[in-house]
Ligand binder design. Structure first.
Ligand code: MD6
Ligand code: FE
Length: 205
């Protein structure tokens, strides 16, 4: 078999044990007091159904200007908080052993939230994978191919599952159809938390 668009898509079920998940939730909540969740608006002007924030030197943002990475929270104007060491360690094992991530997007899903099929293509160098951590309620993840209309398959991502989009799958279309509300009690308000670690800038800046 040649390169299929989902080659390089790796899923690690139950990768993070409960104690680590709980520690991560505490790390993230502490940082969200500094960089509060906000509701982003698509370039077309529609409010998204997820709430977002970012950690690390760069944060992924959307607005009327389009998609971009920026070094400040769009509402507070403050720099983003640091990426928790637990996530840096995860990246060095599954992402890249030499070059650290410079961005971690935080997405929070409530009962009706979803994330439409998209590609992650705002980063400078697609040789770096995206490492994604799911916490809290289970999400129904959909992954397809390089073209939007390619066939897709659906995978459940439960709390503690980690997945990696690397190699040919780096530019595969993917999204979250829905979450299963009440499937976890990890996130205190209920809901799903997704953390995506990226190298947004080039390796040498
Ligand atoms: C989510 N994930 O799981 C959305 N992107 O809530 C993503 O958009 C994603 O899981 C790049 C790589 C892995 C992902
Ligand atoms: Fe994505």
């Amino acid at each position: 078999m040649g390169n299929s668009a989902t080659d390089g898509f790796r899923i690690f079920p139950h990768h993070l044990k409960l104690e680590v998940q709980t520690a991560l939730v505490a790390d993230i909540r502490e940082r969200l007091t500094v960089a509060p969740l906000y509701r982003p608006v698509t370039p077309g002007g529609k409010p998204m159904s997820v709430e977002m924030s970012n950690l690390g030197p760069l944060g992924w943002c959307t607005g009327p200007e389009g998609y971009r990475y920026q070094d400040r929270h769009p509402e507070t104007g403050n720099p983003w908080p640091d990426i928790p060491p637990l996530l840096l360690d995860l990246w060095s094992g599954l992402g890249d052993p030499d070059v650290p991530p410079d961005a971690c997007l935080v997405n929070v899903y409530g009962p009706g939230s979803r994330m439409g099929l998209h590609q992650d293509r705002d980063e400078a160098d697609f040789r770096f994978p995206v490492v994604s951590v799911s916490l809290g309620d289970t999400g129904i993840f959909r992954i397809g191919g390089l073209n939007r209309t390619d066939p897709t398959r659906s995978i459940r991502l439960a709390s503690g599952d980690v997945c990696v989009l690397g190699g040919p799958s780096r530019l595969a279309h993917h999204g979250i159809d829905r979450i299963l509300p009440g499937s976890s009690r990890l996130w205190p308000e209920g809901g799903r938390l997704n953390l995506t670690l990226r190298r947004a800038g080039s390796a040498r800046c």
